[in-house]
Design a protein around this ligand. Structure first.
Ligand code: COA
Length: 299
């Protein structure tokens, strides 16, 4: 599948993976770009996000996905600058006048599930409002980094609604029943520090360090075996989907299956030989494999 076509509302920057991985690969940084509307998710953004997910899943070069929101534009003379925002929710102007029958297809085929269902690692890089559908984009990612000035909340209750992008379920699982219930019923916002304290975000990072810290984590994940990291993600996810004893069995199945992979062979060899790193050895082994194939030798 080819890369999604350039879209104004979703900018895609593919940053080369720094590791010496032979297959190269990229960290794909997606910027939701509607700063005048605090990056609210209208149908154009939703469809761009879904296409980007389909592309990222099918393209082996994509190792890690980072999702963020565009910063505010410089305001026209005499106007106030819009606040920083990750995503301030679904675009409320698209709700007006819609019935349940009209809204249903939009929420049956929604970007939150596309992001959630990616088998590759996903990171939300948050500086500003992460509200409603925006908090749900963050919750659909595997990791969340945010600045102290970020604000999280599920204000749908104030619109006569509830979260519709998986917020009630994912908040419950991430924060526990009590905190999820309070956020959903009160609609109140919490700041970055509180979000960090309760485990809503993984890292609290100052504005000027956010990108470097996020990209550092992304590059680290990109340096791992892509297959093993997918299995790791699936194994942790199993804890959400299955009863405990079934999850333990799933983990064991996945763990044992990894013993038949070249990645495990290389990783263990790297450790035992006190070789530099998995990625280094992986590059070396792949080169050796390719040379052997070229000269027709058995690996
Ligand atoms: N949908 C559509 N437009 C939105 C939006 C949303 N979810 N959130 C913000 N905007 C728009 C505003 O309408 C405004 O547009 P305008 O300048 O053309 O009038 C622009 O973004 C800036 O927002 P504004 O409200 O002026 O900024 P603020 O600093 O006064 O307030 C918020 C910021 C986030 C508190 C406020 O915009 C807000 O409450 N947004 C809605 C949040 C929400 O309920 N999300 C859940 C939706 S399901």
């Amino acid at each position: 599948m080819s890369a999604p076509t350039e879209s104004d509302v979703l900018q895609i920057e593919n940053v080369p993976a720094e590791s010496s991985s032979p297959s190269g690969g990229v960290v794909s940084v997606w910027t939701i770009n509607r700063p005048e509307k605090l990056n609210a998710l209208n149908s154009e953004v939703n469809s761009a996000l879904k296409s980007a997910c389909e592309w990222a899943e099918s393209d082996d070069s994509v190792r890690v996905i980072v999702i963020t929101g565009a910063g505010p534009n410089v305001p026209p003379e005499g106007k106030r600058q819009k606040p920083n925002s990750f995503v301030a929710g679904a675009d409320i102007s698209e709700f007006e006048g819609k019935s349940s029958v009209e809204i249903r297809p939009i929420f049956d085929d929604n970007p939150w599930e596309y992001i959630w269902n990616l088998s590759k690692p996903t990171i939300a890089m948050i500086d500003g409002f992460a509200l409603g559908g925006g908090s749900e984009i963050a919750l659909s990612c595997d990791l969340r980094l945010a600045t102290p000035r970020s604000k999280f909340g599920t204000p749908e209750i104030n619109l006569g609604l509830i979260p519709g992008g998986g917020g009630t379920q994912r908040l419950c699982r991430l924060l526990g029943y009590g905190r999820a219930m309070e956020m959903v019923m009160s609609g109140e916002m919490i700041g970055g520090e509180e979000a960090h304290r309760i485990g809503l975000i993984n890292h609290l990072v100052e504005e000027d360090e956010l990108r470097d810290k996020t990209m550092g984590i992304a590059q680290n994940l990109a340096s791992k075996s892509p297959h093993t990291i997918r299995v790791a993600k699936a194994a942790v996810r199993a804890a959400l989907e299955q009863p405990f004893s079934a999850g333990i069995l799933s983990e064991r199945d996945m763990f044992c299956a990894l013993f038949d992979t070249e990645d495990m062979e290389i990783g263990v060899k790297a450790f035992l030989n006190r070789a530099v790193s998995y990625t280094h050895l992986r590059a070396h082994e792949t080169l050796r494999y390719l040379v052997c194939r070229l000269v027709g030798e058995k690996k």
